[in-house]
Design a protein around this ligand. Structure first.
Ligand code: PMV
Length: 321
């Protein structure tokens, strides 16, 4: 309980990796994604101050100070929850703690959005259903991404492995055994919306070619589901490698990402690719299980933000009530 007797609530939501189909999913393809073991925690409690605030890493800002550009996702989501369910009677403090670097392609804004929506709603004693919650979280993601496909929000909210398309929505993929991935953040932050615009330009220039690549991404996404669920790692790696060539063609890669991929594409892996929008951000590699730790040590000496994760992980959780 917080100081003045009101319950305080913490919700946590994971980041994600896209295994196949990023960018193409924006144009209608199936994509395969999984939640990861890096989370965002959002706590809501009543505040002794005069007005409601959002804070993270020592930066603090008023929820209703419209001139303030900080925390666009949290601000958008909290305001929407308060207009949906009614403002809290006393000022609140919303505190965000994230393990996911912003702009790293690992879905930090979606995780912030999902955790904020769940924590603020629960603080008001409400439990919106999955549809409303994802709708509100998507509005938060739009505040920074322009027109996202919705895959990040779905992966973060539901957890697990999901097959997603804009038309058919989200299909959870039950996994009997976990898959281990190496995630390497290039260190370069970038804006997803800029990469989405660059890809739209490519589509304009080569519409026929682009359409066939969207269709191919769907086919490979479905094959990747088979490979992942049967544990056929060489096949999954081969799909990731081919998807990388498409991502490169549409402009999601660059010299430094190619160099990063060249460093992880050793005999220790079955495949590797960009994950998320590219242009910087992160890559994922599918290591041979017995070589995973050694590969991590090798890569982490050059890229400090590298980690192994077993997918899938849990989705949205209310951690205290
Ligand atoms: O880089 P991220 O985590 O923002 O991933 C976005 C994935 C895209 O397909 C590029 C965009 C989207 O909304 O689907």
């Amino acid at each position: 309980l917080s100081g003045n007797g009101d319950p305080s609530v913490t919700a946590s939501a994971p980041g994600k990796v896209i295994i196949t189909g990023e960018h193409f999913v924006v144009h209608g393809a199936y994509a395969l994604a999984a939640s990861i073991n890096r989370r965002v925690r959002v706590s809501v409690s009543s505040s002794e101050g005069a007005s409601s605030t959002i804070s993270s890493r020592g930066v603090i800002s008023g929820i209703y100070s419209d001139s303030d550009r900080s925390f666009p996702v949290v601000r958008t989501v909290a305001k929407r929850i308060f207009s949906e369910f009614g403002k809290p009677k006393k000022p609140v403090s919303i505190v965000v703690a994230s393990e996911i670097p912003a702009g790293s392609g690992l879905g930090s804004s979606a995780a912030v959005s999902v955790a904020t929506a769940a924590a603020t709603a629960r603080y008001l004693g409400k439990e919106p259903g999955e549809d409303l919650l994802s709708d509100i979280a998507l509005e938060g993601e739009r505040a920074v991404h322009g027109s996202p496909s919705g895959i990040d929000v779905q992966a973060s909210m539901r957890g697990g492995m999901i097959l997603f398309s804009k038309n058919s929505g989200t299909k959870p993929i039950p996994m009997d055994r976990a898959i281990q991935l190496l995630v390497v953040f290039s260190g370069k932050q970038r804006r997803t919306s800029e990469l989405i615009s660059k890809v739209a330009q490519k589509k304009k220039e080569f519409p026929g070619l682009f359409k066939h690549l969207v269709d191919s991404a769907s086919f490979f996404g479905l094959q990747a589901v088979d490979a992942a669920t049967t544990g056929d790692l060489p096949y999954l790696g081969a799909i990731m490698n081919l998807m990388e060539t498409s991502l490169s063609w549409i402009g999601a890669s660059n010299k430094s990402l190619d160099n990063l991929l060249e460093q992880v594409q050793t005999d220790d892996v079955f495949g590797a690719k960009i994950t998320g929008a590219g242009g910087g951000g992160s890559v994922i590699a599918l290591p041979k299980p017995e070589r995973a730790e050694a590969l991590l040590r090798e890569v982490a000496s050059r890229y400090s933000h590298s980690f192994l994760c077993k997918v899938p992980e849990k989705g949205l959780l209310i951690e205290e009530g």
